[in-house]
Design a protein around this ligand. Structure first.
Ligand code: X2X
Length: 345
């Protein structure tokens, strides 16, 4: 298996910068056949090239070119090159972009039901995450996506990880420390609702603008998995990091239905299989990277502390967060979630 588990971080980073070097004119040229390809497919994402998402995407693009014998040129546009998440969501809806990896919560601006996997402190561990997302909860969400948009999602959701809170002002050890804190959250009703329930002052900002919003102190803090904090170098503009694991987050690998249906069946099969396979590999890489980064970012000057998840969960309960979203998602969807997580409130 091509995992990074047994590979040193130094090697990982060397590989990552090799990936950077091959980027030409804003995208990866996926194959030597690029100019003769019958189908050019554009895949956009918001993460830096060094994040496992893009390393696996690059590998996947090459496999798709080879297996399709050059009929498909699968182009990867990393790092928000085609626009912010909000822009790219519009583009894929219109078919100007063919594929896009997007957090289920941001997808919630279009398909509200998709946000359900982002409920705070829902999944105790990765066993619960993958059981739910590869099982009935994921199936429920994918059905809603197909039913209510021009999009569909591939079966295997890609990983981002458990999210942690960073800021430039103070350590966060208990929910009261968030009171009044100006925090960036991604554009999504659930995210805003959750951080309001913590009595913070959340502002929706697209990821592309997060580094500068933190640098110029438009906001004091943000929250993300360590692999994102690290690859986007947010440690340069943040001092404190609280290990809160307050939410698991991933990326639905979305496709535009119409442009996918233009592919002959054999090519659809090649694309589908490779996207799902790369997703499984990416999950292993992301977890390994998230698990390795506390020590690494301490050397960059970040101050880490643990936070008691029970206190944060109790705050969400008493603020009525679970009751509100139970009502919004509906009893049926909530029951699917709790089948995997146990009772949430
Ligand atoms: O915008 C974010 O914080 C990120 C990178 O985690 C997402 O894509 C949701």
């Amino acid at each position: 298996m091509g995992t990074i588990r047994n590979v040193s971080r130094r090697h990982f980073l060397k590989t990552a910068s090799a990936a950077t070097a091959v980027v030409t004119a804003g995208s990866y040229a996926s194959s030597a056949f690029a100019e003769t390809a019958e189908f050019t497919l554009k895949y956009a994402n918001n993460l830096p090239l060094t994040h496992p998402m893009n390393m696996r995407a690059k590998e996947m693009a090459a496999k798709i070119a080879t297996e399709s014998k050059g009929r498909i040129d699968f182009q990867v546009y990393p790092n928000g090159q085609l626009g912010t998440d909000t822009d790219t969501l519009s583009q894929i809806r219109a078919g100007a972009v063919d594929f896009f990896t997007l957090s289920p919560l941001i997808l919630g601006t279009l398909v509200p039901a998709a946000q359900i996997s982002g409920i705070g402190f829902a999944f105790k561990d990765y066993n619960q995450v993958w059981a739910a997302l590869d099982g009935d909860l994921g199936a429920h969400v994918r059905k809603q996506i197909v039913a209510s948009s021009t999009l569909f999602a591939f079966e295997k959701i890609w990983d981002s990880g458990y999210r942690q809170m960073t800021n430039s002002t103070r350590p966060i050890t208990k929910p009261e420390d968030l009171k009044g804190m100006k925090l960036r959250v991604p554009p999504s009703p659930l995210w805003t609702s959750m951080f309001r329930a913590f009595d913070a002052a959340p502002t929706s900002i697209n990821f592309a603008e997060v580094y500068s919003a933190l640098q110029t102190k438009i906001v004091e803090g943000q929250e993300n998995p360590l692999a994102v904090i690290y690859t986007a170098k947010l440690y340069e503009v943040q001092k404190y990091c609280a290990i809160t694991n307050h939410m698991w987050d991933g990326f639905w690998f979305l496709g535009n239905k119409k442009s996918f249906e233009k592919l002959p069946k054999d090519l659809q099969e090649i694309v589908t299989r490779n996207i799902n396979e790369a997703g499984l590999k990416q999950r292993v890489d992301v977890k390994a990277l998230n698990d390795s980064l506390v020590a690494e970012m301490k050397t960059k000057g970040m101050a880490f502390n643990n936070a008691d998840p029970d206190a944060f969960r109790a705050k969400l309960r008493s603020a009525g967060f679970y009751a509100e979203w139970n009502k919004k998602f509906g009893a049926e969807a909530w029951a699917i979630l709790e089948k995997y997580t146990g009772k949430l409130a």
